[in-house]
Design a protein around this ligand. Structure first.
Ligand SMILES: [Mg+2]
Length: 247
């Protein structure tokens, strides 16, 4: 087996980290050949990863569904009514405290919410095509009962701070501008991303990806972003993603 020198190894690492890769001609034993621009390939295949939004794409809006399931209409307020996320979350936590609702009660209610019809079949089909990550602004503890129903896909979201008596005392956002930051991070480790979502907070990852699709979005977003194909059905979204992967 051919021994790879340390210099060659680190050169390979640098290749992965760079957007434009320098290709080393192995025939010249690691010496630098004329730099060429090449797309990252793995065994001749592109390394693509699909980044999907959760709420509105695979499951209903959790807080709206929870407001209905718990009979607390004040919890229907969303980012469309209150754009300041911290303010909105503190408002929600105050209401939960007023109704003496802890994490256990909320998870029991969320467990009664089902994924959108056809969502699991769509996700299963997509995961057989390539890797899928769900990138969401929700919280791990809320998403958990729904992830169970979706067959435990990988999800990257935020977390709630929960006291030993089960009361929710706060929340921790994983990173700022999480969807955009996460796709950029995936790209920095050699992936090409394909993203889809329904809302304003998905536009960052959609714009930053190799291909982006709107799914069950609003008329306003469709009008403002005509460059992104918008779909209503899982089959249409699947076919568009498959086309990108096979291109
Ligand atoms: Mg959404």
């Amino acid at each position: 087996m051919k021994k790879i020198s340390e210099e060659h190894f680190f050169n390979q690492q640098a290749c992965v980290e760079a957007t434009n890769l320098y290709v080393f001609d192995t025939r010249t034993r690691g010496s630098r050949a004329a730099p060429q621009k090449k797309k990252l390939r793995h065994g001749g295949k592109k390394m693509e990863i699909i980044c999907l939004d959760l709420e509105g794409v695979l499951v209903p809006e959790i807080w709206i569904a929870f407001a209905e399931a718990s009979g607390i209409p004040e919890l229907k307020k969303t980012t469309r009514d209150e754009p300041d996320y911290d303010k909105l979350m503190n408002y929600r936590l105050d209401i939960l405290a007023e109704h003496n609702l802890g994490l256990k009660e909320i998870q029991e209610t969320i467990a009664k919410i089902d994924p959108l019809p056809g969502a699991k079949e769509f996700l299963d089909k997509l995961r057989s095509l390539t890797q899928v990550i769900i990138i969401s602004d929700t919280f791990t503890q809320f998403a958990s009962p729904l992830m169970k129903k979706l067959g435990w896909p990988t999800i990257m979201c935020n977390s709630l701070e929960v006291a030993s008596d089960g009361k929710i005392t706060g929340f921790k956002m994983r990173v700022e501008n999480s969807k955009f930051t996460t796709v950029k991070a995936l790209q920095s480790i050699g992936y090409e991303t394909i993203a889809s979502g329904d809302s304003f907070n998905d536009l960052g990852m959609i714009k930053a990806s190799k291909a982006g699709f709107l799914f069950r979005t609003t008329e306003q977003i469709k009008k403002d972003y005509p460059e992104y194909p918008a779909f209503e059905d899982y089959d249409d979204l699947y076919n568009a993603i498959e086309k990108v992967i096979n291109s």
